[in-house]
Design a protein around this ligand. Structure first.
Ligand SMILES: Nc1nc2c(ncn2[C@@H]2O[C@H](COP(=O)(O)OP(=O)(O)O)[C@@H](O)[C@H]2O)c(=O)[nH]1
Ligand SMILES: [Mg+2]
Ligand SMILES: [Zn+2]
Length: 352
């Protein structure tokens, strides 16, 4: 079982968290798929369809199993006992009145941030994805698709490279396997890659090309509004012939940020560096006198759009981080309360 699980990316980081009994009885597996009420877990040789029990449904959102998680199963392989500590976690703040954290995928090594050489391409969106990738502890790679449909794909690649110092950019025609060597170089045996990007950019097409078989349904983009139909409705982990693992994340309209302070400093390192020359240490680069960042925008050294997006992400981060911290606290208080009630019932002989 050891070697087959290594194909699924099992490394010492996870085996160290197992008791000898859990390891010897092969009770460890990886979550390969999540649907409405069923979690699919693979133990390397077989897959188990595990119903999501109410205790997991009520768990705090960051503690729930997600695609890519390593989990310990019970002896009957009918229940998830616990989720192992993650190497990395890609999550977003879900849109809506309430601030909810939604897990996208766990234990990812590389994130393919996908966009196409057409009107989907927006620097501001790339900056947002890159901040989320850096915050998650995942290496981001920008994958530029549909180079065959553009006469100017090099300029798109150049724009993508200018979004963050040193970020890797790979250009592909997802329909032509001979263009995929650049992305293949990022997929090592046992490593996990997640694909994110708007609907219709070619995530499923790339997955199929790399898998060398049609594992995922692709959507033909509708002529009128260029919006793809939502064929991929759930997240799943696929094994590639070369030994890597790929997670196709269906298009998400909004990926709000929270807790990305440090990541914003990295993605916007040019603005951060310039800010050290502002007259006021807490300058917000709005209307303060002696603002070096606004000076750089006026000189054309920093794009006005880039500064606006940086400020927007900072505000969003501030707003959401506060509510996320509050949620986490509520989650912990609630868990403690449940424990106390259970202990009390046990004392009174109401629970075994
Ligand atoms: N010409 C061309 N078409 C592509 C490319 N990548 C994807 N497509 C087409 O774009 C449409 C949407 O692709 P799909 O993989 O379903 O997008 P997804 O929503 O990101 O999974 C399909 O019709 C694909 O055939 C590409 O690199 N070049
Ligand atoms: Mg798709
Ligand atoms: Zn300033």
């Amino acid at each position: 079982m050891e070697t087959t699980l290594q194909n699924y990316g099992l490394v010492p980081y996870f085996t160290q968290q197992l008791s000898p009994e859990e390891f010897d009885h092969g009770r460890v597996g990886r979550v390969t798929e999540i649907q409405r009420s069923i979690i699919t877990v693979s133990d390397g040789s077989a897959e188990f369809a595990i119903p999501i029990t109410s205790s997991w449904r009520d768990a705090h959102s960051e503690n729930k199993p997600t695609v890519g998680d390593w989990v310990v199963l019970d002896d009957q392989r009918s229940r998830i006992e616990r989720v192992l500590d993650r190497k990395s976690l890609f999550r977003r703040v879900a849109a809506g009145e309430k601030t909810e954290i939604q897990l996208i995928a766990a234990n990812i090594d590389v994130l393919f941030v996908m966009t196409s050489c057409d009107e989907d391409f927006k620097e501001s969106r790339l900056e947002r994805y890159l901040a989320l990738a850096v915050e998650s502890g995942v290496i981001p790679v920008v994958v530029l698709t549909k180079i065959d449909l553009s006469t100017d794909s090099d300029s798109y690649a150049e724009r993508a490279r200018s979004v963050q110092t040193g970020v890797a950019v790979e250009s592909v025609n997802a329909l032509d396997r001979s263009t995929l060597d650049g992305v293949r170089a990022w997929i090592e045996p046992g490593s996990t890659i997640a694909l994110v990007g708007s609907s219709g950019v070619g995530k499923s097409t790339l997955l199929n090309a790399l898998a060398e078989t049609n594992v995922a349904a692709t959507n033909e983009v509708r002529g009128q509004d260029k919006k793809g139909r939502h064929t991929t409705s759930h997240r799943a982990l696929y094994r590639l012939p070369g030994g890597g693992l790929l997670i196709d994340v269906p298009g998400m309209r909004e990926l709000k940020v929270a807790d990305v302070d440090a990541a914003l400093e990295i993605v916007f390192d040019d603005i951060e560096a310039m800010a050290s020359r502002c007259r006021f240490a807490d300058c917000r680069h709005a209307s303060e006198p002696g603002c070096a960042v606004r000076g750089a925008v006026e000189n054309g050294d920093i794009e006005a759009r880039r500064l606006r997006n940086y400020q927007k992400l900072l505000r969003e981060n501030e707003r959401n981080s506060a509510s996320v911290a509050e949620k986490r606290l509520q989650g912990r208080v609630f868990a403690k309360h449940v424990k106390q009630v259970k202990a009390l019932k046990k004392d009174k002989g109401l629970l075994e």
